[in-house]
Design a protein. Sequence first.
Length: 197
Amino acid sequence: MTQHLVPDERRPANEGRKAAPRNRAALVSAAREIYAEHGLDAPLSAIARRAGVGQGVLYRHFPDRAALVIAVLEENVRQIERAAAADDAELPRVLGVLTWHQTESAAFVSVLHADVAGSNSGTPAYALALSQRVERALRGLLPDDHPLAAEADDLMIAVGMVSGAVTGPTREHRERRALAAWRLLGVEVGPVRPFEG
């Protein structure tokens, strides 16, 4: 019998709980990408593969599809809130972050359409709560003389209108449509990118 020498390639040590935050962040990031590319019905196995983890790790963090979708939406809202709380926060810059999430996350668009007044009984409670957080973050930067400050509902109606325009086969196409919608509303928007800070 011939003995084949195999290079000493050892599997990395299992980091256990130390890897949990990194794995969770990788899963949320992968889910955002996969959902943008293939919609909310994309296989969870594709998300686990993109994140570089096994399906067992995915299910330890997110017991079902809804939990993962909510985690992605929660991270989107947290980015908008952090952008609004930054020392150099300005409404156009935060609208740029919001617009990035609108063009990147199909699931986020439906949350922004949530009826903030709560009269739509078909809207899930988490969607209402996330929509209200987006509104608070934006409203804190809205000058009294801004076009979206004329009536109490104008701000979120405009956000919903722009969200409705965010359609198309590619992120670039969706971004062009979103920016056109803001322009037609007479609203200045900063660079369309995620908040990093």
